[in-house]
Design a protein around this ligand. Sequence first.
Ligand SMILES: [Cu+2]
Length: 176
Amino acid sequence: MVAAVYTGALAAALFATGTASTPGFTLDASGVFSPPTATVASKAVTYDQKLVPAGALINVRQQTGPGGATTVELRVAGLKAGHQYGAHIHQKACGAKPDAAGKHYQDKAGTDAAHVNNKNEAWLDFKADANGIGHATARHGWAFRKGQAGSVVIHSEPGTKGARAACFTVPFGGTS
Ligand SMILES: [Cu+2]
């Protein structure tokens, strides 16, 4: 009993130290896809309704620990059953045009193979199941730079070749 109380106090002290240097961050964002022509603008925009129909659902969760390690979870529903999608975190918010989201978020910026991969970028490729439900998780030892990760873009195929089928604006939190 005494030992348990002592351990708890120690853990609280360690946590407080971590919080002071690099605060942790959590986010839970959900959206319903609609075309960019919708009267009421949505944070979730579909550019290809064959792959991401209007009314499909998306949920994105971010958890960044006090040390900066970051986990992002993606869940989608209402997509094309059995289809293989690509998905990445992009730099900017979504817009009426697919290009609005800008480039992939990168931990270390660059354009060669050493930079364009799922270790230096946050990829969330997934396959929709028979019910059109998909999920993916990306874990990294690094945190986003504040204000530089703004959306999840869903692509027509896995990897980096697919067209932009849909986009969800997410204000990912990070360090400055
Ligand atoms: Cu992308």
